[in-house]
Design a protein around this ligand. Sequence first.
Ligand SMILES: Nc1ncnc2c1ncn2[C@@H]1O[C@H](COP(=O)(O)OP(=O)(O)OP(=O)(O)O)[C@@H](O)[C@H]1O
Ligand SMILES: [Mg+2]
Length: 414
Amino acid sequence: MNDAPLIVACDLGTTAFRAVVLEVPVGGRPRVVAGASEPADGFEDGDFVDIKTGSLALARLLRRLQDEANVDIRGFTFNVAGSHLRSVMATGQIPLGQAGREITQRDVDEVMTMARSLTIPFDHRTLTVNPIEFSVDRIGGVREPRGRVGSRLEVKAHLITGSSSVIQNIEHTVDKAGFEPVGHAVDVLAVASCLLSEDERDQGVLLIDVGGDVTQWAALAGGRLLGIGSVPWGGEHLTSDLASGLRIGADAAEEVKRDRGVVLRSLVEEADIDALFDEEDPVETPGLVAAILEPRFEEILSLVKDALGPDLPLASFGAGVVLTGGGSRCRGSRELCEEVFGLPTRSRRLPESVDDLSRLGEGQWASALGLGLWGGGLGPAAATEPETERPPGWIDRLRGLWRRGGRGPSVDPN
Ligand SMILES: Nc1ncnc2c1ncn2[C@@H]1O[C@H](COP(=O)(O)OP(=O)(O)OP(=O)(O)O)[C@@H](O)[C@H]1O
Ligand SMILES: [Mg+2]
């Protein structure tokens, strides 16, 4: 019997919940065992706003996943997203004695603890802490301080904090659904672990995930996470723009967007946009669709660009932009992104490092797969040092949360 560890991960997205079972063999390539999705009922802005509806949706999803994978699922890891997340820069410094001495791992731990102790809102918890650069005796740009000699060690670090109440509420809803919440990771970092190569992280890359109600971004360079952020607009807004512009219902607008959506006017024949204002029932043409969608998509991208600010100049992104998310699937999205940022852009939805992706249906699976890889201790997610209560043996605990071959008595995860 194949007894490679299985990981169960669930993406709580603004439009859909998507859960996967991944097999992660030690030293081998991970592969998809099964995947299932459900509409994101009772869930808004990264939080369950209706616990009963939400827990029923989760229970339905996990039951389907169990059937497909033929395993008994006890718990899963999930993602954290939403407007409650904060991206914060912090510093820490420790003296090493006037005479100077060699810097040890303990010193690094101590200076990181100091950076982490930065005052965060009382109702928030720290989700990740990533060193950006160390300085030794004011010499900056040190990537590896261990082994250097000095009398003062400083660190500049990036922290992500999130609302304790939101995370507790998600855990409570997972529990109500009959499952155990087993760790969580920041959504955009899960997507980054799934889609970005080590080279891209080193050279500098801007990841943009245009989702349903929200667009999230993460900036990485020199192998480090430099910042994250979000814009409260995504694919759903493209749909509502089409509905009001063409004076059609939401379902019809969604169909137009998926089948014939184009966000770049220069790709189609120009249309007279007066029709949008003068005619009661404007006839849908590619030109009119592009005239409606382009301004919204351009604005989403421009807001991401503005949010980078002077601390994250575009020149930091030697590997350009990686564009993902269901909201970026209209024709012309990649080209418009290149125009807005002036950087080479690649559209990417699935990782190269995972096998049997064809078992997943339509949709955006990068979050769920990234969470699974992270849960399996694989991929660069580890480089983002998720600090989400992962006690020693965390992975072993997670492995205890499933059984192969159907519903026998469940394994006690503890
Ligand atoms: N083929 C397609 N063409 C255009 N838009 C699409 C297509 N497929 C999906 N979308 C749009 O993608 C959006 C959902 O994107 P995605 O699945 O990445 O979001 P999510 O993960 O549920 O939410 P979020 O990441 O915001 O939490 C919806 O607005 C949907 O209409
Ligand atoms: Mg998503």
